[in-house]
Design a protein around this ligand. Sequence first.
Ligand code: EPU
Length: 420
Amino acid sequence: MQNIVIKGGARLSGEVRVSGSKNAALPILASSLLCSGRCLYRNVPALGDVRTMQRLLDDLGAEVTTGSAGTTVVDTSTVDNVEAAYDLVKTMRASVVVLGPLTARHGRARVSLPGGCAIGARPIDQHLKGLAAMGAKIELAHGYVTTRARRLHGATIVFDMVTVTGTENLMMAAALADGHTTLENAAREPEVEELARVLNKMGARIRGAGTHLIDIEGVDELHPVEHAIIPDRIEAGTLLVAAAITRGNVLVRDCLPEHLEAVVAKLRAAGAEVTPEDGGLRVRAKAALKPVDISTQPFPGFPTDMQAQFMVLAIRASGQSVITETIFENRFMHVPELQRMGADIQVEGRTVIVRGPCKLTGAQVMATDLRASASLVLAGLVAEGKTEVRRIYHLDRGYDRLDKKLRALGADVRRSKGGL
Ligand code: EPU
């Protein structure tokens, strides 16, 4: 097993380019299943979850070819299987986004139920409720969900809560359904908007993606596309925080500031200077950081996927920060590890109180999920001495060589073998 070893203390400086968005790439790769032919995607990030989605598509019978510089070709003309097996879904719950496309185009799907994960129970009832409203027969047995529908029909679906992959699954299903679908209380995340952009390029008729109300006029057929995927706003945010906590001066290139407004507002509130420059954002932090209060919200609010990283910033700030997690019920797994490094953090239900500034000392710590592992790497950057982050496969599931990018900015970060 690989670890990441960080010697803290370096001020980050220089320029770094953000990779393509993981959470946009996953449903977009799955959307290839809605047509027959060869889709070509650019700016696909090289990370574990994308490889899992490529394997899943391959399992379904698609031909998947990855080229240099982030290109992936998915040829769906040979798809002959509609089952997403347990072994793949258990490693990546986002595999569930094949459910909508398979049901819509192949009339049936059998997908292993994703179950919970380290950050919460994460049910898919909203996905199933929507497919049922569109006429799919749904059966849950032996740990799998099976859907059947000769052809889905349009429906009005009101989500009980904002769900990103739920909105994506139903938008893909509705694109090939018979008639008109309205998705109310839809997720407004940029990744949903990006998926709609791709589907419309394929010939879908979707309006309103990026708002709470999405209208979809079903069509009979979709055709293959070429598309370059948007930059990853969470990777960009993680790099911005890395620069701020190390009192660095970094230009984060190829990020879209309009996707990062809530994150940038909090960085500025913490005293970092963030300015648009050359198709990216420059962050400079000279003075001591100030405390910030954060409550995670669906987009355009502050993203849950940046909560763990901001906790490290709060640890370095002078004063008390209050961080509330409203999306997932168990997303504070990084807290005990940060406490072992010396952080003063008190957990009260879904809220934590962070008292800073704390001097962190390097330690052996364990990654438990993707964003938790990013926060431990960030903590290592500012800790005194050596930090060894174990179970780094969590980080590699969702970041395209984060360690290499940090090293290029001057951090002392390397990979090592060993440990559990
Ligand atoms: N929920 C339900 N029922 C459903 C669907 C969701 O109760 O049918 C609940 C969830 O349990 C959660 C909340 O609704 O409490 C929001 O979950 P959502 O469905 O929006 O999450 P997701 O679609 O499974 C995506 C991202 C996550 C990100 C969340 C929230 C992808 C592939 N994953 O997950 O990304 O945290 O939206 O923004 O898009 C990550 O990248 O580290 C990550 C976890």
